[in-house]
Design a binder for this molecule. Structure first.
Ligand code: PRP
Ligand code: HPA
Length: 179
């Protein structure tokens, strides 16, 4: 994709999920997580930075016990093409024997969440659940990686808004836009 500026990208992009749709999807995901966790307390682990907006809204929709931590790992580094996963912050909590809930904005090729999930398992997590605001179903996801909870599907195009950036801008848009 050519590197147009953010204002142009925003003008050209198509709104694919508006705020009302995302709010409803997040509430549903919260209910699904509650049904799954029951009375278990999970480690709530947003993936910075993209997971921030979804995680903040999702957390208030979960009634089950949560202990907060976060990780920061990136492989797009402000661009639109993924590279190798770079860790900027690992969890501070000890994960041994815990149920971990990874929370991220998007499952695209799955490399990011696979790397983080595998790290949590190496740290001794008993199980790792994955919640994503949106998923691209394109058949290019790394084998063996699937989300347990998905808010909405998005088209196989570059998307931004609601935590996701276009060259580090647009994360605060209240909807999801596709180029
Ligand atoms: O499924 P994948 O193809 O691995 O892509 C998904 C990841 O890419 C984005 O992170 P990015 O590296 O852009 O960092 P950011 O969260 O700071 O935007 C997004 O937040 C996911 O973590
Ligand atoms: O389409 C996308 N948009 C924003 N961030 C992403 N990370 C992977 N795919 C995407």
């Amino acid at each position: 994709m050519s590197d147009i500026d953010f204002t142009t990208a925003r003008q050209r992009a198509e709104l694919v999920h508006d705020e009302a749709a995302l709010t409803a999807a997040i509430a549903r995901v919260g209910r699904e997580i509650d049904a799954h966790l029951g009375d278990e307390t999970a480690v709530f682990l947003p993936v910075m930075q993209g997971g921030l907006v979804f995680a903040g809204q999702l957390a208030t929709r979960i009634k089950a016990g949560l202990e907060f931590d976060y990780v920061h790992a990136t492989r797009y580094r402000g661009g639109t093409l993924g590279g190798g996963l770079v860790w900027l912050r690992q969890p501070a909590l000890l994960l041994g024997g815990r149920t971990v809930l990874l929370v991220d904005d998007i499952l695209d090729e799955g490399t990011t969440l696979k790397g983080i999930r595998d790290f949590c398992l190496e740290q001794g997590a008993q199980r790792v659940l994955i919640a994503v605001l949106c998923e691209k179903r394109h058949g290019r996801t790394v084998p063996g990686l699937a989300a347990d909870f998905v808010g909405v599907e998005v088209p196989d195009r570059y998307v931004f808004g609601f935590g996701m950036d276009y060259h580090e801008q647009g994360r605060n848009l209240p909807g999801i836009y596709a180029l």
